[in-house]
Structures are given as C-alpha cells and as structure tokens.
Design a protein around this ligand. Structure first.
Ligand SMILES: [Zn+2]
Length: 245
C-alpha cells in the first residue's frame, strides 16, 4: 500500500492541463440527421473528471485477457475495439471514431496494423499499472534502464508520443506561469494519469457511490484538490440518500 500524499497542484510534478474531446463510435443509422450527416456523441474525460480512466481501462483489459488465456482471437479483439470505441472513442485520434468500422473491416481480411496498436496500448497500460501496484514504478521511468527491459513501456516515450507541453498560468489572476502537459489523444490522457501516479504518488479509493458507478477517486485531482465523488451525479445521489435516511 502506497502512502497517501496531499498536494497542491502548484507542487505537482505532473501538471495535466486538459483532455481530448472524443468522438464516439456509433452505428451510422443511430445518429443520422435528415441531411445525412452523423452527429456522434462526445466523451470528454477532462470535463467529466475521469481521473481514474487508466485504471478502468486497465481493469477492463485484464478481464478480457483473463477470460481467454493465451492468444486472443481476431474476433475478440474486434469486439474489444468496438466496445471501447463506443464508450471512449479512438485511442489515437479524437476524431477517429467514425473510422473504426474500417479498422474492423481490415481485421476481417487478415488483421489490421491499427488493431495491433490498440492491443499493444492496452497491454502497456495493464503492465504499467501492475508495476505501480508492485512498487516497481521505477522500471517505467528510464528508457535506457536495461536492454533486457526493452519490452516494458517507457513513460518518457509515451509522453513524447502522445502529449505536448504548453505554458499556462498556474491560476487565473496569478502572474506565475508553468509548463503543463496536454494530451494530443486519449492515449496521452491515460499516460499522463499514469505519470501522475508514478511521480506524484497519486493513489485511489472507491467513490462514495462505487456500488452504482464502479469508479474511483484520486488522492489529489489535477487541480490539487481532494474529492469523495467521481461525478456530480454521484454527489447528488449521495445527498438524496442522506436526506431520505
Ligand atoms: Zn461515483
């Protein structure tokens, strides 16, 4: 069990400053307007405060792979990609939701490179979370740690691949500027959350409404706050429950 550390955002090593707006994958007919254009729903992990998203995705993948020990069948991978895209959108392209159908079609014709990227990313996330859980997060931190460890995900490489730096004021009205990290895609958002766990010692506990939402809350949010609820919905539900009791 790792130590719970309260920190103001000003002292955070990893300053997450935004998230991608994810277009979700939907069947073409579901959301078609009269003019034929498709109005896809959007998942906004920043606005919806999904600070536990990496852990939810890690758990989900763990579940999928544990059901089928050994190699996953292409059809299982397709289903996993589709389920994911309906809930979270595309891993690597916020606007890519509508393209997913074509990735799946590729797969039916002998396998898509793109789907392999998804599987690799899920696998890397699962592995990173397992290492953190075991207290071996240092293995994620050095690209040149050891030739033998080349198969482990590297936080540096992930951040270089999926995020960009941006200068911002630390607080509105403040004159102090700092360099924050902005994800360019969902994978970037996930890896910044993982970097927070590693560098800032962020830990998680179940949301007060866990029975309903299945979500966790971090020891400190990217804004440096602590919270008991994953969302406004859980907060309201709990208020209502208290009023009744
Ligand atoms: Zn909740």
């Amino acid at each position: 069990m790792r130590k719970h550390i309260e920190r103001d955002s000003i002292f955070q090593s990893v300053w997450l400053i935004g998230g991608p707006k994810q277009k979700l994958f939907v069947g073409k007919s579901d959301f078609q307007n009269s003019n034929g254009s498709v109005n896809a729903p959007v998942f906004d992990p920043w606005k919806e405060k999904h600070w536990d998203l990496h852990r939810r995705i890690g758990n989900k993948w763990e579940l999928i792979t544990s059901q089928t020990p050994g190699k996953l069948e292409p059809a299982q991978v397709s289903k996993a990609v589709l389920d994911f895209a309906q809930k979270y959108g595309d891993f690597f392209d916020p606007d890519g939701g509508e393209n997913i159908a074509s990735y799946l079609a590729y797969l039916r014709h002998g396998g898509s490179r793109y789907n392999r990227f998804w599987v690799q990313e899920w696998e890397d996330i699962r592995q990173a979370l397992a290492l953190i859980e075991e207290g071996k997060e240092y293995l994620l931190m050095d690209v040149n740690w050891s030739g033998l460890r080349a198969e482990l995900p590297s936080l540096n490489l992930k951040l270089q691949q999926f995020t960009v730096p941006e200068m911002r004021k630390k607080r509105s009205g403040s004159s102090k500027w700092a360099v924050g990290i902005l994800p360019t895609c969902l994978a970037g958002f996930i890896w910044i959350l993982i970097a927070r766990d590693v560098l800032d010692g962020v830990t998680y506990k179940p949301c007060v409404g866990f029975e309903n939402c299945g979500r966790e809350v971090p020891s400190t949010t990217p804004m440096g706050k602590s919270t008991k609820y994953c969302s406004e919905r859980c907060k309201q539900r709990e208020k209502y429950r208290k009023r009744l009791s």
